[in-house]
Design a protein around this ligand. Structure first.
Ligand SMILES: *[C@@H]1O[C@H](CO)[C@@H](O)[C@H](O)[C@H]1NC(C)=O
Ligand SMILES: *[C@@H]1O[C@H](CO)[C@@H](O)[C@H](O)[C@H]1NC(C)=O
Ligand SMILES: *[C@@H]1O[C@H](CO)[C@@H](O)[C@H](O)[C@H]1NC(C)=O
Ligand SMILES: *[C@@H]1O[C@H](CO)[C@@H](O)[C@H](O)[C@H]1NC(C)=O
Ligand SMILES: *[C@@H]1O[C@H](CO)[C@@H](O)[C@H](O)[C@H]1NC(C)=O
Length: 481
């Protein structure tokens, strides 16, 4: 079996709970080159951050700043620029957008792929400290962690009505951002550029990539030396959840009989009544069967489980896990996963932190790691056309999926990467770290590499940092996985 089907209920619950659970989850309008010449100061160095690495000066180079985009540069996009720890003048630059929509890329910088790792505070009321991430992707590439769309993190609009945007606008804002950033940083105009993100960014990033490519085709200056894109457990067509059943069955979370029954109720023989259909009741049962796991990482217990949320908030559920323990390095921690939004916000809203980050006073009221109330119209529900178009242009792509994610099952990525109909040039095989199989990979003739990470979750680098760093390092260096 089993044909899969979609459920509005499941979809709604998944997508709503993404941001909080994860503590987070073309009418082209281009700026003219005249506008480009007219602006802005480069980013400002951040030499020190409170509570980071025992108050020592930062051992990596961080600059922050704003770039104005849109009409009269009313939209001010905030970024954190971390230079590569290898050779910043030659290394590639990745512009990274965390998912949500509305999650600040501060998350990526401090809890996932960046140079810092937020430590577990021993007491919820105390600010967290930060230590260095030995598996930071900035060891081999520079990263611009971008707060996009407008309203996310520290990005703001000067006039209230400009907070409204949609996926296409956000993509164009992103492409305009990079061109203007390159004017501020002319020394990087010949570096290779990539864009990347995870979760919700599966929709935005391919459109962002196409906006960059279209701008290059239209000879906008400065040209972006654009090479490709990467996506982790990305939403691609919102029928992803169709694969949730197959996945749940495959991992033994539901029975064969229940999967059959639901298929019958939802696909073969659906009720005609509008509410409380057999299918919807099945969905409720499905959620009860599966969501006692953490849907973003089914090997873990849920933030939503009985007593789970209260225990986590009160600190009772505090189970310190050992980090960076050789191959088993694991920065994943349930408390951090469930409450990182709260912990991060306590820290980032401290005045001295915002001063250190050179945040403009009064530009936003309150920083949130994931903003749920963004007036953002998530209007593109399928990015397949963009993947197809980017493929014809020869851009490289890395599509990676933690295989224990119920939100965006790896099965879905395996299906859609194949459905682009490119021939396979390196067929399904294991890939290794320290002589251990850590996942499976295949590469297509459109320069698209798919990588599955065994035993990992929705935000794979947070769960399996060593493996994901090895994957990124090999791919960005044009090596085989
Ligand atoms: C932003 O607001 C200004 C003033 O209300 C308006 O003229 C402009 O078109 C808006 N810009 C964008 C990008 O929406
Ligand atoms: C946590 O910190 C707060 C504020 O410093 C303090 O009032 C409280 O007693 C602490 N709780 C525990 C369990 O240590
Ligand atoms: C893909 O490219 C074709 C040909 O350039 C274009 O007509 C189409 O609009 C593009 N699709 C999207 C979704 O941008
Ligand atoms: C993509 O693949 C084609 C054909 O294999 C190759 O010629 C091209 O250089 C590749 N592009 C990149 C960016 O690697
Ligand atoms: C791939 O091939 C299948 C079967 O021929 C076809 O239905 C589908 O539209 C193709 N996909 C693309 C992206 O061209």
């Amino acid at each position: 079996m089993t044909k899969m089907f979609s459920s509005n209920l499941l979809r709604r619950i998944c997508c709503r709970s993404l941001p909080s659970l994860l503590g987070t989850i073309v009418v082209l309008w281009f700026c003219s080159s005249q506008v480009l010449v007219a602006m802005a100061a480069a980013g400002t160095k951040v030499g020190y951050l409170p509570r980071v690495i025992q108050e020592q000066p930062l051992p990596f180079e961080l600059e922050t700043g704003y770039i104005g985009v849109g009409e009269s540069e009313d939209i001010q996009l905030f970024y954190y620029f971390v230079k590569s720890e290898s050779n910043p003048s030659d290394d590639p630059i990745v512009v990274w957008v965390s998912g949500g929509p509305g999650c600040s890329s501060f998350f990526a910088m401090t809890q996932e792929i960046g140079p810092l790792i937020m430590d577990l505070p021993k007491n919820v009321s105390v600010l967290p400290t930060f230590s260095l991430n030995p598996y930071s992707w900035t060891k081999v590439a520079s990263f611009v962690y971008l707060d996009l769309p407008v309203g996310t993190g520290f990005s703001y609009a000067k006039s209230a009505k400009n907070y409204t945007s949609d996926t296409l606008e956000a993509s164009n804002h992103g492409a305009e951002f990079i061109r203007k950033w390159l004017i501020d940083y002319p020394e990087y105009q010949s570096n290779s550029f990539y864009v990347g993100g995870d979760s919700y960014s599966g929709t935005l990033i391919p459109m962002f990539a196409q906006a960059i490519s279209n701008g290059n085709d239209a000879m906008l200056k400065p040209a972006i030396n654009f090479k490709g894109y990467l996506l982790g457990n990305g939403v691609t067509h919102f029928s992803e959840h169709d694969y949730t059943y197959q996945f749940a069955l495959g991992y033994g979370l539901i029975s064969e009989e229940f999967a059959e029954k639901s298929y019958d109720d939802c696909i073969r023989n659906p009720d005609k009544k509008p509410f409380f259909t057999k299918c919807q009741l099945d969905m409720v049962q499905f959620l009860m069967l599966t969501f006692v796991n953490n849907a973003a990482y089914i090997l873990d217990t849920s933030c939503l489980a009985k007593n789970g949320a209260e225990d986590v908030i009160s600190g009772k559920a505090f189970v310190p896990t050992k980090r960076f323990n050789g191959v088993n390095a694991n920065i994943f921690n349930r408390y951090l996963l469930c409450r990182s939004d709260l912990i991060a916000a306590q820290y980032v809203n401290v005045e001295s932190v915002q001063e250190a980050l050179h945040v403009k006073k009064g530009s936003i009221d309150h920083w949130e790691q994931c903003r749920g109330d963004l007036p953002y119209n998530n209007n593109v529900r399928d990015s397949m056309q963009y993947h197809a178009n980017l493929s014809t242009k020869g851009y490289r792509s890395l599509i990676y999926n933690g295989d224990r994610d119920l939100f965006i099952p790896s099965l879905s990525a395996e299906a859609w990467t194949k459905s682009l109909n490119y021939s396979i040039i390196d067929d399904w095989r294991p890939w290794f770290v320290n002589n251990q199989i850590v996942g499976y990979t295949r590469t297509f003739s459109n320069n698209m590499t798919y990588a599955k990470i065994k035993g990992s979750g929705h935000l794979a680098p947070s769960v399996t940092p060593l493996q994901c760093f090895a994957m990124f390092k090999r791919w960005i260096s044009y090596e085989k996985l």
